[in-house]
Design a binder for this molecule. Structure first.
Ligand code: FE2
Ligand code: FE2
Length: 183
């Protein structure tokens, strides 16, 4: 087994274990939900970002099943905080949340396969998201790392900071939950 395959299996196993634990402990519906304090922080930061950007467009594009890209990104932000708290990791919470909210800032309907470019969506959308986010926001190094490396190991360049590793994992957990239970 080569290194990439090993990492693929490693992430998949971790994601499934998290999903099963959450499903058993809190029910599928509660997956990705936060305590009211963290939810309030995420919504405050999202509200600030919605004011002066194209972030509202992500409410009109669907991500998985019936979940919009915006709702998916909010879930990933919530799950990221949950993982950081669970592992008792010291993180830059603002960058963690902003990076999670912008990690899928690609701003198109990726289900439209008439567009040839969209067929490579899985590989190309992190760099498209980074390009769009850089046009609309002043991004920290951590936020850039989160956005451009969130598809690891499919895009085989790993995250550099812990916040980007957390969002990379949270994204997989939320994608799995949305694909399986929110169709
Ligand atoms: Fe993505
Ligand atoms: Fe995502």
């Amino acid at each position: 087994m080569n290194k990439i395959n090993f990492l693929n299996y490693f992430f998949l196993t971790i994601a499934i274990l998290f999903a099963i634990s959450y499903t058993k402990l809190t029910g599928v519906v509660a997956l990705g939900k936060q305590n009211t304090h963290n939810t309030a922080i995420i919504h405050k930061i999202a509200a600030e970002m919605l004011d002066s950007s194209r972030l509202h467009q992500t409410k009109t594009f669907m991500q998985h099943g019936k979940i919009s890209v915006f709702a998916h990104c909010v879930s990933v932000a919530a799950m990221s905080i949950k993982i950081a708290n669970f592992l008792k990791l010291n993180v830059d919470k603002k960058s963690l949340i902003r990076g999670a909210l912008l990690h899928d800032y690609f701003l198109y309907d990726w289900h439209d396969t008439n567009n040839k470019y969209h067929r490579l969506h899985g590989f190309t959308h992190p760099s498209t998201a980074l390009k769009n986010a850089s046009q609309d926001f002043e991004l920290s190094h951590k936020e850039k790392d989160i956005i451009v490396h969130h598809m690891f190991p499919l895009v085989p360049i790993p995250p550099k900071c812990r916040e980007a590793w957390i969002v990379c994992l949270a994204d997989k957990i939320c994608a799995l939950d949305e694909t399986l239970f929110h169709r």
